[in-house]
Design a protein around this ligand. Structure first.
Ligand SMILES: Nc1ncnc2c1ncn2[C@@H]1O[C@H](COP(=O)(O)OP(=O)(O)OP(=O)(O)O)[C@@H](O)[C@H]1O
Ligand SMILES: [Mg+2]
Length: 401
């Protein structure tokens, strides 16, 4: 990132200015140009100065802070805003994103973590993937707000498709309590993300690689813990490090997620370059898919980076593809049919893309993988520097015939 990021810190009434001072990064890529007591005072200074970044510190839920963020974003929409707070009571995180902030950090956090969040907010706005300029692979977060829509089916088949077509993907099972990628791919959970989290010490590519389990397709997998009680050892901070390290050592990172927007899922979305949203052809699932899209929009996720997969798309339930478009507000890019071979392939621990590679379902996953691969090739050809950054531009998926 060129030059240090100039950050202005606006401290809400009730928050100890000295306390915030000790938490702020010092000597990193962020230069704190002012810490202002009270949001009124901050507002005046904001009119007169042009910081790269606005940091708003507040104790907990604060309508004043929300109003301030909203006004600051309206005044200068390009300037990123990061919120530091001691607690995030119900509804506050959502309101913070609604008011236009880029990120929210719950304190206490070490200064280097805060620096990372601040640099990331600026880097995102500047279109770079990371402040460090290291080339990062695309990270595709497979989401489905509702359980059982086919997230694990899509993520395993997408990842294996990429592997068999010569890429070096890594698949992460983020369903920390009930992850079943090991079963779906017939892998023994000799090493899991729990073992990695418990290993302590710093994380680097070599160390992480030792905890990946290899699939016959060439795909490497970071498996979920084997027992639900182990999930709590895997913290959001640790996950952020894992995602960044994986993106620096592979061609693609694909993340299978549990249903809902849990803190781990939000961290994965945050760290990702793409979201693949999986819905099914029934009105409840479609409603949840729409809610999922709206939530991503509130989080400021670029809609061009979201692809929509409609699973069991041929099911006759009285909902047409036109209805789907009307409910969700956009057409799905890939349609996966129902196929009896799918549950059989899961029971066998062999993905449908290798078990029945000519089936319509397998071809849908191959097509999904190709769209990511094509886009990546185009990006690499067009990019003057090897930075996987804002890979803008609309996806060119097409409806299956
Ligand atoms: N297109 C399909 N045809 C036939 N069966 C399917 C299809 N899609 C999913 N299934 C079946 O539905 C079940 C749920 O799929 P999957 O595990 O991929 O969903 P999920 O979204 O990952 O669920 P969870 O939210 O519990 O993690 C699987 O057992 C699978 O066999
Ligand atoms: Mg699943």
């Amino acid at each position: 990132m060129a030059g240090r990021i100039q950050a202005l810190v606006a401290v809400d009434a009730g928050f100890d200015t000295h306390a915030i001072q000790s938490m702020l990064p010092d000597g990193s890529g962020v230069e704190v140009v002012g810490i202002l007591n009270g949001l009124d005072e901050s507002w005046r200074t904001l009119q007169e100065t042009a910081p790269d970044l606005l940091v708003v510190a507040c104790e907990g839920y604060s309508d004043r802070a929300l109003y301030f963020i909203d006004s600051a974003v309206k005044q200068q929409p390009e300037r990123p805003v990061v919120v530091l707070t001691m607690g995030s009571p119900n509804g506050f995180v959502r309101r913070v994103f609604e008011s236009g902030a880029d990120d929210i950090v719950t304190l206490p956090e070490p200064p280097d973590r805060i620096a990372f969040a601040l640099e990331k907010a600026v880097a995102r706005r500047r279109g770079a993937a990371v402040a460090s300029g290291i080339a990062l692979a695309p990270m595709i977060c497979v989401l489905g707000p509702k359980g059982g829509t086919g997230k694990t089916l899509v993520s395993t088949n997408l990842a294996v498709s990429l592997a068999v077509s010569g890429h070096r993907p890594v698949l992460v099972d983020l369903d920390l309590q009930f992850g079943d990628i090991g079963l779906a791919l017939g892998l023994r959970p000799d090493k899991t993300i729990y073992d990695l989290a418990r290993s302590g010490g710093s994380l680097d590519a070599d160390k992480l690689d030792a905890y990946l389990v290899k699939h016959s397709s060439g795909l490497k997998v970071l498996l979920a813990p084997t027992r639900p009680d182990q999930a709590s050892s895997v913290t959001v901070d640790f996950l952020r490090d894992v995602f960044t390290t994986l993106r620096s050592m592979s061609d693609y990172v694909i993340v299978d997620t549990p249903p809902g927007f849990t803190p781990e899922v939000i961290a994965a979305i945050d760290a990702s370059s793409d979201v693949c949203l999986v819905g099914m052809l029934d009105s409840l699932s479609l409603k949840n898919t729409k809610l999922g899209l709206e939530t991503l929009e509130l989080m400021g996720y670029n809609p061009d980076r979201i692809s929509l997969v409609l699973n069991r798309a041929d099911t006759r339930v009285g909902i047409t593809h036109e209805d789907v478009e009307a409910i969700i507000g956009r057409a799905p890019e890939v349609l996966v049919p129902s196929d009896r071979q799918i549950p059989i392939s899961i029971n066998d621990g062999m993905p449908i893309v290798t078990r029945e590679e000519r089936s319509e379902a397998a071809r849908a996953f191959q097509k999904l993988a190709e769209t990511y691969a094509d886009e990546e090739r185009e990006h690499v050809a067009a990019a003057p520097e090897p930075v996987v950054s804002d890979r803008g531009g609309k996806r060119r998926f097409a409806w299956r015939s």
